[in-house]
Design a protein around this ligand. Structure first.
Ligand SMILES: Cc1cc2nc3c(=O)[nH]c(=O)nc-3n(C[C@H](O)[C@H](O)[C@H](O)COP(=O)(O)O)c2cc1C
Length: 190
């Protein structure tokens, strides 16, 4: 393939599209629930179960995670793209009731009194911060997974696997361009 040199910062887009999730938190000051769109995420370990999220230090969600050490990760189906966009383009610093304004519902978590997840999510998992690393204006929060829940229709708990025909995930390409997984999945070993 013919190639040209790119700007170094192109690595962000080149490593995508990134699966975009919603991270939800409860502010202990006044029990207000917040959430933001997050695409810089990664599983880090199975045993112990660790998941990493990278959050800009100027976000409201960052402030609350620093205070409680608790967050939940929510996987929203592609039908909720508008809501994810709302979570990613409005800050709770200016709009306290951001979650309900975008049309999502907070529900109490199961593992910790500060944990909240999103009712409309196909799956959620609650995490406690085990470690954090500052990088430029961002923090990598390493969360230990305390509990996980998934909707039966999209997740086969016996096989421990998504039912890909039943869910479209939200992948961010750039600016307001997103893609989703195809209905028919290529299986290289078959
Ligand atoms: C598709 C998409 C993905 C995003 N991914 C991240 C991310 O990985 N980390 C981050 O800090 N901000 C990310 N953002 C930006 C935040 O979601 C956005 O600034 C949000 O308004 C922060 O909300 P808060 O201030 O209420 O916490 C993303 C935005 C969009 C639209």
């Amino acid at each position: 393939m013919d190639k040209s040199n790119c700007n170094k910062s192109a690595f962000v887009g080149l490593s995508g599209p990134h699966h975009t999730l919603a991270v939800s938190v409860r502010d202990p000051q006044d029990n207000t629930d917040y959430a933001m769109a997050v695409e810089w995420t990664t599983p880090l370990s199975v045993d112990p179960p660790l998941f990493g999220i990278v959050i800009s230090q100027d976000k409201k969600t960052h402030e609350v995670i620093k205070e409680t050490g608790i967050f939940a990760v929510n996987i929203l189906p592609v039908e909720r793209l508008k809501e994810i966009w709302g979570l990613g383009t409005r800050t709770a610093k200016r709009q306290e009731d951001k979650l309900s304004r975008v049309g999502l519902t907070a529900v109490e978590g199961t593992a910790n009194r500060h944990a909240i997840s999103i009712e409309e999510a196909a799956a959620s998992f609650e995490c406690r911060v085990k470690d954090e690393i500052q990088m430029g204006g961002f923090t990598l929060f390493v969360g230990e997974v305390l509990a996980a829940q998934a909707a039966d229709v999209v997740y086969d708990t016996r096989e421990d696997m998504w039912v890909p025909e039943n869910i479209g995930f939200i992948f961010h390409v750039a600016s307001d361009v997103f893609v989703t997984n195809q209905k028919s999945i290529v299986q290289p070993r078959k």
